[in-house]
Structures are given as structure tokens and as C-alpha cells.
Design a protein around this ligand. Sequence first.
Ligand code: G3P
Ligand code: MG
Length: 266
Amino acid sequence: MIEYCMKFLELLNKTNIIAAHRGARSIAPENTLIALKKSLGRCDFIEIDVQLSRDGAVIVMHDDTLERTTNITEIERFKSRKPYRVCDFTLDELRTLDYGSWFYKDKKHKEPLLTLREALEFIKENNIFLNIEIKDMSGILSDDAAVEAVVKEIKESDASELVLISSFRHEYLKLAKEKLPDVPTAALVENNHPPKLIEYLRELGVNGYNLNSELVDKESVEMLREAGFFVGVYTVNDVKRAKKLFGMGVNCIFSDTLEKKEVGAL
Ligand code: G3P
Ligand code: MG
């Protein structure tokens, strides 16, 4: 297990790292406090997704609508608010929803909303690292406003040594680096490598590159590692695949199911 007296920046030099994708999302409702709690002892860091409510609160949620992971469709007074975009709801409204019963078969367990502030309090209390993925909110608010809201939470929580900021919207990462130079950043990609990849990442000033498992090849991993970048791969739920990726030199996998002890040392 990783020692938590170090900073996230130092964790980026390690290999065989397991990140709990959206918390321990195979055993608890994703991106909730219970998912973070269940991640403890199973991973080296926790990954969450964040976005802003209508009134600017930074909340933890993956989808840009509330339908899949809350009970919003059952609430009469919200029926006129389709398509239930997160950014159309205030923090107070979001706090009235249940984030747990969609996940549990008995439909009885309720879970409250998790805010970034609460997630940061949790990681500080429990000495665990956190990857904050900022969802792309470019159609809704300025890049600067989106990043500033997240930066404010990190600063006010005094948690900058414990976090990594990532995003598919790479403009956010440049801004985050300007505002919090000591916090590591990672560019997320899904379908294609940006042209002139190494130059591109250097220009962004990121520390890492987190890519879709289908996009990984040995040559790219070697090139990235030689250039000094941390390489993370999502989403990997198969032990054989995890071992193969670590064998290629990948530093970290994001997993819904795998635990450190299952993947083991190479
Ligand atoms: O950060 C890795 C992974 O979480 C990116 O994909 O869609 O699950 O946020 P997504
Ligand atoms: Mg994510």
C-alpha cells in the first residue's frame, strides 16, 4: 500500500497503482460518500467526477443529467424540469434527491448528495488521495469560472497535496496549473491521441495522460513514460488486462472492481 505521508505528485512516479473509479462503484452507488468509504483499503487513490450546480456549488456526479443516478423521475414537483440537467438545479434542490436507491436491488438504501467540499474533508480525514475529474461544462459557463470553483474548494480545504486534477476539456488543465502550480494535472482522452502528443502535453503543462483502454499501445506508453509523463488507463476490470498494461509500463489503472491485492505485484 502507498504511504500517505507523500504528495500526489510523488505517487505519479509509482507503478501498479489502482484507482477506484467513481469510488468503489461495483459495490456502492458511484460518486457518493459510501462509495468513497468502501474504496478505503482497496485502492491507491479514488477518482470522482465533479460539475457545478445552477448556483455554483461543486457537486460530485458523472452524468450531466440526474436521471440515471438519482430518484428525480419519481419526484412530482420536478416533472417539468426535464431533461434534468445538473446545471439547472440549485444545491438545495440537489440535496433533496436520493443518490442510492437506483443502485440497490431492495431500493431501500438512500444516499445523500456528495459535494466536492465533503469529499475533500473525507480524504483529509482518511489520508487517501483523490483524482478530481472536472466534467466538460463549456456549453454552460466559462472555463475560468468552472476551474475557479474547483480551485477554491481545494484551497479552502487545504487539500492541494492530496489531489490530482484531470479533464477531457484540456483548457481546464492549463488554467488549473496557473492557479495551483503544485497540484498535478492529467489530460484525459477517449478516442484519439492529439497530434504531436508529447509536445501537446508539454504545452498544456500536465503531469499525466489518462487514456481509454482501447487506445493504449506499448510504443505510446514507452514514449510517454520516457518523456516523463504518468500514464493512467480507464476502465480496467479484468486482472489479466491490468497485468498486461502494467507490464507495458502503464502507471495506473482506473477500475470499478479490481483491488490492489487481486492485481498483485508483477
Ligand atoms: O478519469 C478516468 C475516467 O473516469 C474517465 O471516464 O467517463 O468514467 O469519467 P468517465
Ligand atoms: Mg471520471
